[in-house]
Ligand binder design. Structure first.
Ligand code: UT7
Length: 318
């Protein structure tokens, strides 16, 4: 059998930083409120002229370097993003051109904050079936451009960034299993209502019913983790690292509590960059790989939740 193995990881955060104190000058908020309710200390924002593809490219190049392969070796390029640079071509095609790869299939995948786990799942299917042997999977977002900077209930939560992994075919896992779900019945709880398809391009700001999203996220993330462990006959004790979507420290802590997993086995980066949507898991993963916390052979559990609602998980033997 063929499995996908993680060959390398990369991450990139734009240079421009906005702290909680900076936000105090923009909206009616306090550093303490943001820190206590979300765990966020600062976020990075793309500068004027800096595109989602710029962030994706920086993360992708780092992942390729870590994997020790070049762009020509890729036979699949996937970009999970909610903020593509253009309606078309896809950000994946723009990235492919930057990297200089020609001919590999390249496409974007839109599952908001669960986008990276979705894309990992899709790339894993390509590799398991033999349709690809080397895949680049990127989560990249300039989500700050969807924010209403007068709305304190949302603008303090998000930031821009990109994370990437390179997958390679292998005789052993690798990606042990992925589990993805959606329920569009909850479409109104977290959304950007406008677009060109519905003729409302002006309604371009993110709207969220925070409390309801919070409750649903905690319950759903607990269930997806149980589903993943059950599918593999594992228990929490078998997990070396939980790599959750970085939206709110209180959601992360609640999920860890439900699992009875101590926080020192959870990778937490939300303080440093806020919610970067599809970039958050690969950014956290890359940081913990590069600082030596995550080692080869360890078992990792990724879980994410986002607008749609969409949610998913990936169990990985690193
Ligand atoms: O990526 C996945 C999608 N997103 C999420 O996972 C986010 C899920 N939701 C959350 O993380 C939390 O619900 C929030 C961080 C958005 C809000 O935290 P909360 O503890 O649920 O606060 P709340 O909405 O219950 O608001 C409490 C109070 C309200 O004031 P009143 O009505 O009690 O007087 C808000 O108006 O806090 C007020 N508030 C703020 N105060 C200062 C809301 N935002 C702010 C703010 N600064 N930025």
């Amino acid at each position: 059998m063929t499995f996908s193995r993680i060959l390398g990881t990369g991450g990139y955060l734009p240079e421009r930083v906005m702290t909680n104190a900076d936000l105090e000058a923009i909206v009616d908020t306090t550093s303490a409120w943001i820190r206590e309710r979300t765990g966020i200390e600062k976020r990075h924002l793309a500068s004027e002229g800096e595109s989602c593809c710029d962030l994706a490219e920086a993360a992708a190049r780092r992942a390729l370097e870590a994997a020790g392969i070049g762009p020509d070796d890729l036979d699949l390029i996937l970009v999970a993003t909610t903020t593509p640079d253009q309606f078309f071509p896809s950000t994946a095609c723009l990235l492919q051109q930057r990297l200089g790869n020609r001919g590999a299939p390249a496409f974007d995948l839109q599952a908001v904050c669960a986008g990276f786990v979705y894309a990992l799942s899709v790339a894993d299917q390509f590799i398991r079936t033999g349709a690809a042997r080397r895949a680049l999977v990127v989560g990249a977002e300039t989500i700050s451009r969807l924010l209403d900077w007068n709305d304190r209930t949302t603008c303090v939560l998000f930031g821009d960034g990109a994370g990437a992994v390179v997958l390679g075919a292998s005789d052993e896992p690798g990606i042990v299993s992925t589990h993805i779900h959606a329920d569009g019945a909850y479409k109104d709880l977290l959304q950007v209502p406008g677009g060109h398809g519905n003729g409302r391009p002006e309604a371009r700001f993110l709207e969220m019913r925070g409390n309801e999203v919070f409750r649903f996220a905690v319950n759903t993330l607990g269930r997806i983790v149980d589903e993943t462990l059950d599918a593999n006959g594992l228990s929490t004790a078998d997990i070396d690292w939980l790599i959750p979507h970085q939206a709110n420290i209180r959601i992360i802590q609640a999920t860890a509590r439900k699992l009875d997993l101590p926080m020192d086995r959870v990778v937490v980066t939300v303080a440093q960059h806020g919610n970067t949507s599809s970039a958050s898991i690969p950014l956290a993963f890359d940081e913990a790989v590069r600082d030596g916390r995550i080692r080869r052979g360890e078992t990792l559990l990724m879980e994410a939740f986002g607008g749609g609602f969409t949610w998913g998980s990936a169990l990985i033997r690193y």
